[in-house]
Ligand binder design. Structure first.
Ligand code: GLC
Length: 434
């Protein structure tokens, strides 16, 4: 295990670019929003200064309206990625920074809970306290933007406008909503994707899916990536279970930090109360006995069991009865020879144990779900979630994501997607330290 820890640390070192950490070289050469949060948790265990710099760099890309973009293009010379900063052209919005350049959408709001964890480990360090006080209002501002600009019906549950915002880019969750979009080829324009040149095409989204991603991007651009008209026009308008559960978790962390540091959090408490209530009322699907996403544009739940529906455990949202149901779901998968936690319902015809978010195991998801299970005292399941993940790393290396069927892993020599992956390394560090 000592060896694993050393390898993990050296991966973070390799991916460090002076002020931020890239997820992996080649495939993702910039700073990604939620990756950065998880990476800061890893750094905080052996170089807290880097953890703070990581978050500062991310927030240097925050827009005036409060949005923290999903990619910060610190290096404008890096030409191997699509869509790059020039294609996004985020400066159509006057509140987007000119340096660094950014994308025009956001990603899961992990920074509140990341900050709480850093403070827990370094609470008596004066530099960390000063850092926390400085970044706190920026995180609150990012939450305020979600509530004020992305919650059209004022339910306390915000919407995403692009699958890439969810962090679970090509999950089958989005298939129906995406397939029903009437795309206008003229709006998409000409483009060349890069991901299939650096990764196996069978592990990446199909061309048709990619066209739809680009279409939604172009629609965002048309509306300066913000504002009421964009939400009115967007054919993709979804309340994501995981994104909202993470926001709730981060709200709670901000409230806790506020108490410790003497910062008023009345505004956050108000959001929190409404969000938790609405979440349980709207996002629980009785028939599936699972938390699901809600398609606001088509006014119906997205009836699938997928990994985002387990994240409410981390947000401490379910009552004990619901938490027990979610725990049983995981135990059942374990007994049926799956590694925990597959990213999609293994019984669905849409399940694919190899392709991206359609079935494989994702490191940072295991990290969050482990914490959630611990909170509800499901220690045995939490241990499986942790040890399955560590076993996969030992067998297959520090990859982006992993095969979920135990029967398949014996024939494999490596994981899927990018190698030497930062959030994988960071999750290993946190799992081995605690
Ligand atoms: C992929 C993932 C997303 C992640 C990014 C960088 O796009 O789906 O969640 O942030 O890669 O690792």
């Amino acid at each position: 295990m000592q060896d694993l820890l050393q390898q993990a640390k050296s991966i973070l070192e390799q991916n460090w670019r002076g002020a931020y950490t890239i997820p992996t070289s080649r495939l993702y050469p910039f700073q990604w929003n939620w990756d950065s949060g998880f990476v800061a948790i890893g750094w905080a265990h052996f170089d807290v200064a880097r953890a703070m710099t990581e978050l500062e760099s991310l927030f240097s890309g925050q827009w005036e309206n409060g949005m923290v973009p999903h990619i910060i293009f610190h290096s404008e010379n890096e030409k191997t990625y699509f869509p790059n900063y020039d294609f996004w052209n985020a400066n159509v919005n006057p509140g987007a920074p000119t340096k660094p350049k950014t994308s025009g959408i956001t990603q899961p709001a992990v920074h509140g809970f990341v900050l709480e964890q850093i403070l827990e480990n370094h609470g008596d360090n004066a530099d960390v306290q000063a850092f926390a006080k400085a970044i706190f209002p920026k995180i609150v501002h990012s939450h305020r933007w979600l509530y004020q600009h992305r919650d059209p019906n004022r339910e306390g549950l915000f919407c995403i406008l692009h699958p890439w915002e969810s962090g679970r880019d090509n999950s089958p969750l989005w298939d129906e909503a995406m397939d029903s979009i009437e795309i206008d080829k003229a709006i998409i324009g000409e483009y060349t994707r890069r991901d299939t040149a650096v990764a196996d095409a069978s592990e990446r989204p199909t061309q048709d899916q990619y066209d739809r991603y680009v279409y939604l991007l172009q629609l965002g651009k048309k509306h300066q990536y913000d504002g009421h008209e964009l939400m009115v026009e967007s054919p993709f308008l979804i309340q994501d279970s995981m994104m909202n559960a993470i926001l709730i978790k981060s709200n709670e962390s901000l409230i806790n930090i506020g108490k410790k540091l003497g910062i008023d959090t009345a505004e956050v408490e108000e959001w929190q109360q409404q969000s938790v209530q609405s979440f349980n009322a709207k996002m629980w699907h009785d028939e599936l006995a699972f938390y699901t996403c809600y398609d606001v544009r088509n006014d119906k739940p997205i009836a699938h069991r997928e990994i985002g529906g387990l994240v409410p455990l981390f947000g401490q949202i379910p009552d004990n009865q619901k938490a027990n149901i979610l725990n049983d779901y995981l135990i059942n998968l374990h007994e049926n020879n799956y590694y925990l936690c597959p990213s999609f319902d293994v019984e669905s015809p849409l399940f694919d144990s190899k392709r991206y978010w359609r079935g494989p195991i994702w490191p940072q998801m295991n990290w969050m779900i482990h914490k959630g299970l611990k909170y509800y005292n499901f220690d045995k399941t939490a241990d499986i979630v942790r040890s399955d993940f560590l076993e996969l790393i030992q067998k297959l290396g520090f990859y982006e994501y992993f095969e979920s069927q135990k029967s398949q892993v014996g024939q494999l020599t490596k994981g899927y997607g990018g190698g030497n992956f930062s959030w994988t390394a960071s999750s290993v560090i946190d799992f081995l330290r605690f």
